[in-house]
Design a protein around this ligand. Structure first.
Ligand SMILES: Cc1cc2nc3c(=O)[nH]c(=O)nc-3n(C[C@H](O)[C@H](O)[C@H](O)COP(=O)(O)OP(=O)(O)OC[C@H]3O[C@@H](n4cnc5c(N)ncnc54)[C@H](O)[C@@H]3O)c2cc1C
Length: 338
């Protein structure tokens, strides 16, 4: 027989939501039954979007990939709400405001307005639509589909929500992949692409008076550009350090755009393998973190985006610098599950 447990969800803005759950259903399903749609994407324990901190109670963690929830995170008390089943009353803390959940997820038809190479195996894709502009937070992503060819691949906005007319993405073309192959071999201006979203908890938080450290690997720069566009519009943007890495110099893109922001943005780059012309740092972008000297690490916020191993290494290096784990926001560019 299943007993009922009380689940309390506490959000970043202090708002709370309470509902009951049986031990047969996941926290996500129980929330849904009560009318609360928690942030999620894959619902299979693979993407990590539904991650929450369990501050009280006992639960069955369920099945999940160690990229969605690392061993360290599990030890610290994090759980995935799409997999977790309650064994007692639970208190879960979510790293986003409850107001985020009131945003409507939409599906709109768009068409390719521009498609151009910007670096080795990286293209800039611009989509436009006659539909109502999609509202999103800088840092969030959408799933793109092409009828009969590509099913739901995730890409982060590179433009700011303040420029909603044309939606911009930077896409890494894999040697072989449904979206990569379509963009490389078949896509042309005018083709229809469906967008579903926005999704994600990786978005720019209100600056707290300290510095912002943004660490990007490859096309992980895309959501960072969206955040910088948004920050540029405020009267006195906080100082931002962008640490940006790629496998080799030909993969770097957007450097001019980064320089154009002005003095409040400083940029440091690193490549894993240099070439004859490369005079910059050779190594992992995460090596740059330990070299940073921050005025007050307790006031600094960090935004990390790129491949999963980069995120895990960067998180460790940043906590070593004195940043609070709760002020490190990250998006792992995981492969699509479809
Ligand atoms: C929240 C989120 C936001 C993202 N935003 C972006 C973005 O802005 N720009 C961008 O370039 N990518 C982004 N990605 C990654 C992108 O969605 C995936 O790489 C996607 O699977 C690529 O689709 P595809 O059809 O080309 O390849 P698929 O058909 O999905 O995959 C082909 C093969 O490549 C492997 N593979 C796929 N992706 C990766 C990867 N990232 N690393 C290593 N192996 C992989 C697959 O396992 C498979 O074997 C994001 C991912 C997430 C989860």
């Amino acid at each position: 027989m299943s007993s009922k447990h009380h689940i309390t969800c506490v959000f970043e803005d202090g708002a709370t939501s309470q509902f009951t759950s049986s031990s047969f259903e996941t926290v996500y399903q129980a929330a849904l039954r009560s009318g609360l749609t928690l942030e999620t994407d894959c619902r299979e324990g693979a993407c990590g979007v539904c991650k929450a901190y369990l501050s009280d109670g006992d639960c069955d963690l369920g099945d999940f990939s160690d990229e969605a929830l690392t061993e360290d995170e599990e030890e610290q008390g994090y759980v995935l709400s799409c997999q977790t089943r309650a064994r007692s009353d639970l208190v879960l803390q979510f790293g986003y405001p409850m107001s985020l959940l009131n945003k409507e997820m939409v599906r709109i038809a768009t068409r390719v307005a521009a498609l151009e190479p910007v670096a080795d195996n990286v293209v800039r894709l611009v989509l436009e639509s006659d539909a109502e502009p999609l509202t999103f937070l800088p840092g969030q992503y959408v799933n793109l589909s092409v009828a009969g060819q590509v099913d739901g691949r995730s890409y982060s906005f590179a433009n700011s929500p303040l420029r909603p007319g044309a939606m911009e993405f930077f896409v890494r073309l894999l040697d072989s992949g449904a979206m990569s192959d379509w963009l490389r071999d078949r896509a042309t201006v005018g083709d229809e692409v469906h967008i579903e979203g926005p999704y994600g908890q990786f978005f720019l938080r209100a600056p707290r008076g300290g510095e912002l450290l943004m660490v990007a690997g490859g096309t992980g720069l895309a959501p960072i550009l969206s955040m910088l566009e948004k920050l540029r519009a405020v009267d006195a943007p906080p100082p931002v350090r962008v640490l940006y890495g790629a496998n080799h110099p030909g993969e770097l893109f957007g450097l001019e755009r980064l320089r154009d922001y002005g003095d409040w943005v400083t940029v440091e780059t690193a490549v894993v393998t240099g070439d004859e012309a490369w005079t910059g740092k050779v190594g992992f972008v995460t090596d740059l973190i330990a070299e940073q000297r921050l005025d007050d690490a307790t006031l600094a916020d960090a935004y990390l985006c790129g491949p999963p191993p980069m995120i895990d290494a960067a998180r460790q290096a940043l906590t070593g610098l004195g940043l609070s784990d709760s002020r490190i926001f990250a998006e792992k560019f995981l492969p699509s599950e479809k």
